[in-house]
Design a protein around this ligand. Structure first.
Ligand code: HEC
Length: 109
């Protein structure tokens, strides 16, 4: 019995430690849409260069957002018109592309 109680205590400690570590690591793993936007997308989408819809301009984005997010992710991943695939940064992961699209959409609707 004492052995079981001891195990229970250790299990709680280990569980707590794992949760604390995860809490530190997971937000770091989640792609930062704003950071990707600022680095890769803003040269076109802040100014409207090459006809890019301008960040935060609800009218410019309404029709595009209406296509649904999956279509937007795909268009950015593959490129669309004057926009190169992944905005020109082939090193971006799928999650980073999605996070950047989500950031634009959330700030432009
Ligand atoms: C070289 C300039 C350029 C860069 C860099 C760029 N875009 Fe674009 N983007 C455009 C242009 C131009 C369009 C309009 C394309 C069209 O409709 O012909 C566009 C359109 C879009 C659309 C709408 C697509 C649709 O289906 O209507 C999204 C979403 C988008 N860009 C997201 C991004 C993201 C996210 C990044 C950064 C990872 C990025 N763009 C980087 C030029 C750029």
């Amino acid at each position: 019995m004492a052995f079981n109680r001891l195990c229970g205590k250790y299990a709680v400690i280990v569980f707590t430690a794992v949760m604390l570590i995860l809490a530190q690591v997971v937000p770091g793993l989640a792609a930062d849409g704003k950071a990707v936007f600022d680095k890769v997308c803003s040269p076109c989408h802040k100014t409207g260069k090459l006809g890019a819809p301008v960040f935060g301009n609800k009218e410019a984005w309404a029709g595009r957002i209406a296509q649904g997010k999956e279509a937007l992710y795909q268009h950015v991943t593959e490129g669309l018109g004057m926009m190169p695939a992944k905005g020109g940064d082939a090193a971006l992961s799928g999650d980073e592309v999605k996070a950047a699209v989500d950031y634009i959409v959330n700030e432009s609707k």
